[in-house]
Design a protein around this ligand. Structure first.
Ligand code: ACO
Ligand code: PYR
Length: 525
């Protein structure tokens, strides 16, 4: 079993743009415990009042799987461990484990903490020993270990010896600046193992040369039994080793246990949860847990996936709690449309001309539509081509006008003429802008037939100019997200006229919402 040591709440919060509240930290810690990691590093109690409060509150909580760890540094160069306030704060945190970071590199000894190599060894041994004497288990983080080893291997090894003499349970080799490459990590860990065959080793890698995950895996192959990292790879500068990749790599590729049985499937949800609490958009392209990790866009890929899911997926996404997705775009083949139709429960019969639908779709993409994020527009496009389809309404005309009148400011008005069940309805409405006026006029026309339309709410309205060098003549793409409180859908329109682009997205949105509703009624009824 590999020990997963999560430092999202300490090193993760050293990422720019992250500032967790105490409640945020406790909530994340709860979820990490639920995932089943072995250690949760909650913060640095000697750093700030929030971290100290985290430990006060965490001490009163029950943890099922994880040990809570308080982090701090060795005593100051001019102090003894028992008189150092940071060491005191570590004891006050009342955690079963403390992580102590110390210097392995002579550059840091001479130029950063400005002491002698001998005094640094004293600081390490004495700090670890004092915590151990006070009933704590100590994980020793050898900061800049790989750089220090390259400067002076003998001294770097002496720092580990000092930590072991002090009673450290685990020696964690840190690639603090993230510049070490996997084969260097492999070689150095192998040498450390030879020097300390009985010691428990760990790895803490940063991602500055994009090797943090690879370095962690290599270190495990060379005998490290603890892997430190963060959820989504959050961390100082370019981040820490991403546990959302490392854990499945260990379990699914290397055949090692890292979590309790069956818990791996909780990983995707946890990754999104932590992103949400951190107030960061989830990175869709993260391996294993990203929304795009198993999204298939190229027509060739989707065609193959329809025959065997192993063709373009390295694992079954459900193992990590993720799922496969098919995306429709100008790069689609017939398979993409067929898959999307199946996903939305459309039965395309043998007469259905998929190739012609695909050709039209590609033509629209060339005009500026983008269907990738507007699946409801794809569904409507397919549904309208089915012979049994009865549209809930047909547009005859619309007008939209905007005026500026002295003393009255801006005025927007729209009229809509639609046919519903053979009846022509002609309505007018004003609004705070032309799209709002059109929306209101359309709702007014449809409400008597479809009162449910009042539950459709616009959630997002995104406008993008596609060819900026055409100035105000540019093609505009409008993407609309709509919700009825139960489900949410997205539609697209594109035109050189922003009102037309908006109308196309709006009309698709209303039509899809009504179609989905009638389909649900049919299923329920
Ligand atoms: C590799 C890592 O990620 S380690 C974690 C880094 N995280 C953080 O720094 C976040 C939390 N840090 C803090 O809140 C503050 O920096 C504190 C409370 C720890 C210290 O604050 P201050 O006392 O104002 O010191 P400041 O941060 O300016 O300088 C660091 C001091 O620690 C000393 N120091 C640095 N590393 C060590 C070490 N391993 N052992 C002992 N002393 C050390 C430095 O020499 C310096 O002391 P000096 O100015 O007396 O020489
Ligand atoms: C301990 C730590 O955070 C580092 O060396 O990067």
């Amino acid at each position: 079993m590999i020990q997963i040591y999560d430092t999202t709440l300490r090193d993760g919060s050293q990422r720019t743009d992250i500032s967790f509240s105490v409640d945020d930290k406790l909530n994340i810690a709860r979820r990490l415990d639920d995932l089943g990691v072995a250690f949760i590093e909650g913060g640095w109690p000697g750093s700030n009042p929030k971290d100290a409060e985290f430990f006060r509150r965490a001490a009163k909580m029950e943890w099922r799987h994880a040990k809570i760890v308080a982090f701090g540094m060795t005593c100051a160069a001019e102090k003894r461990a028992h008189e150092d306030e940071n060491i005191r704060a570590l004891l006050d945190a009342q955690t079963p484990y403390c992580a102590v970071v110390g210097k392995s590199s002579l550059l840091h000894v001479h130029e950063v903490i400005r002491t002698t190599p001998q005094n640094n060894l004293r600081m390490i041994e004495e700090s670890v020993a004092y915590l151990v004497q006070n009933g704590r288990k100590v994980i020793y983080d050898a900061e800049h270990f790989f750089d220090g080893y390259k400067e002076d291997a003998n001294y770097a090894l002496q720092t580990l010896e000092a930590a072991l003499r002090g009673g450290a349970e685990t020696l964690v080799l840190c690639d603090t600046n993230g510049g070490t490459l996997p084969w260097e990590v492999g070689e150095i860990v192998r040498t450390v193992r030879k020097h300390f065959p009985a010691a428990q080793l760990g790895i803490h890698a940063h991602n500055d040369s994009e090797c943090a995950v690879a370095n962690s895996l290599v270190a495990v192959r060379e005998g490290c039994i603890q892997v430190q990292g963060t959820i989504n790879g959050y961390g100082e500068r370019c981040g820490n080793a991403n546990l959302c990749s490392i854990i499945p790599d260990l379990e699914l590729k290397m055949g090692l246990k890292a979590l309790p049985e069956g818990h791996l499937a909780k990983l995707t949800e946890l990754s999104h949860y932590v992103a949400e609490v951190a107030n960061l958009a989830p990175d869709e392209h993260l391996p294993y847990v990203g929304r795009a990790a198993f999204a298939h866009k190229g027509g060739i890929h989707v065609a193959a996936m329809r025959r065997t899911s192993r063709s373009y997926q390295h694992i079954d996404p459900e193992l990590v709690g993720n799922r496969s997705r098919v995306v429709v775009s100008e790069l689609s083949g017939r398979g993409n449309l067929l898959s999307k139709a199946e996903e939305y429960g459309l039965n395309l019969d043998e007469q259905f001309d998929v190739s012609s639908a695909l050709k039209d779709l590609k033509g629209l993409e060339a005009q500026g539509f983008s269907f990738e994020a507007a699946e409801a527009s794809v569904v409507m496009m397919l549904r309208r081509r089915q012979p049994d389809y009865q549209p809930p309404f047909e547009l005859i005309d619309f007008t939209a006008s905007v005026e500026h009148r002295q003393g009255r400011g801006m005025i927007a008005e729209a009229t809509v003429k639609v046919r519903v069940n053979g009846e022509v309805i002609h309505t007018a409405a004003d609004g705070n802008g032309p799209v709002n006026a059109l929306d209101r006029a359309l709702r007014k026309a449809l409400r008597p037939f479809y009162p449910e339309i009042d539950h459709f709410h616009l959630k997002d309205y995104k406008v993008r100019i596609l060819d900026g060098n055409h100035g105000t003549m540019a093609t505009t793409r409008v993407l609309i997200d709509t919700s009825n409180g139960v489900s949410q859908w997205s539609t697209v329109g594109a035109s050189t006229n922003i009102i037309e682009a908006s109308w196309l997205a709006l009309a698709d949105s209303v039509e899809y919402g009504l179609w989905e509703l009638s389909r649900r009624k049919t299923h329920e009824g």
